[in-house]
Design a binder for this molecule. Structure first.
Ligand SMILES: CC(C)(COP(=O)(O)OP(=O)(O)OC[C@H]1O[C@@H](n2cnc3c(N)ncnc32)[C@H](O)[C@@H]1OP(=O)(O)O)[C@@H](O)C(=O)NCCC(=O)NCCS
Length: 176
């Protein structure tokens, strides 16, 4: 079977860059050429001729894959698209562990990550940037991980719940 989309690869790459550059807050700019030169897999949700949402994944080693560049167009948010993109990426996951990095002031993304079974395991303080929770400069970059295997992941979640006394995120992480 051969399936051809009405949007070309270049058009999709262009829209992915537009989304990431506008909403993901990276200092460096992404171009279609740059994207195409990477070995990142981008899962996209199309609505008409628009990329409504995108989620990237990049294998770091035989053990870990990084989930990144998750973004949904504002007009399509809160419709479950990020959730779908995360589920699809978990299906495609070839390593036992997935990880992602999220700023401690990005509540939608933190909630979405937790909903997708991820657990925050580490907070690294970054000097630059503005923390909307504390109104101070600086924020923490949270490392989230999850196991592909549901059984192992339930154990991981329970262990961390106990360690953090049920406080899975925000309060204890937003400042240092
Ligand atoms: C984060 C983002 C991808 C969520 O996309 P979305 O399609 O709206 O998310 P979904 O509708 O699939 O929601 C899934 C879960 O995420 C959480 N969530 C999403 N938006 C939220 C919001 N505004 N506030 C709080 N929680 C939110 C909820 O837990 C939600 O589950 P629920 O609807 O059952 O409560 C989207 O807000 C976005 O593109 N933000 C800008 C880019 C960005 O910050 N990307 C992440 C970089 S690490």
């Amino acid at each position: 079977m051969r399936i051809v989309s009405t949007l070309t690869r270049d058009e999709i790459a262009g829209q992915i860059c537009e989304l990431i550059n506008k909403y993901n807050g990276w200092a460096r700019r992404f171009t279609p050429a740059r994207l195409k030169a990477t070995d990142t897999t981008y899962v996209v949700e199309l609505v008409g001729n628009k990329v409504a949402g995108v989620g990237g994944m990049r294998k770091l080693s035989n053990a870990q894959t990084e989930f990144m560049h998750l973004c949904v167009r504002p007009e399509f948010r809160r419709l479950g698209i990020a959730n779908l993109l995360s589920k699809k990426r978990l299906c495609l996951l070839e390593t036992p562990i997935a990880l992602s990095y999220i700023r401690s002031d990005n509540i939608p993304s933190i909630n979405n990550s937790i909903k997708s079974g991820f657990v925050p395991i580490k907070a690294d303080y970054k000097k630059g940037g503005y923390n909307i929770l504390t109104s101070k400069r600086g924020y923490s970059l949270l490392t989230f991980i999850r196991f592909k295997n549901e059984g192992s992941n339930t154990t991981l979640r329970n262990v961390f719940k106990e360690i953090l006394h049920g406080t899975l995120f925000i309060g204890s992480y937003s400042t240092v």
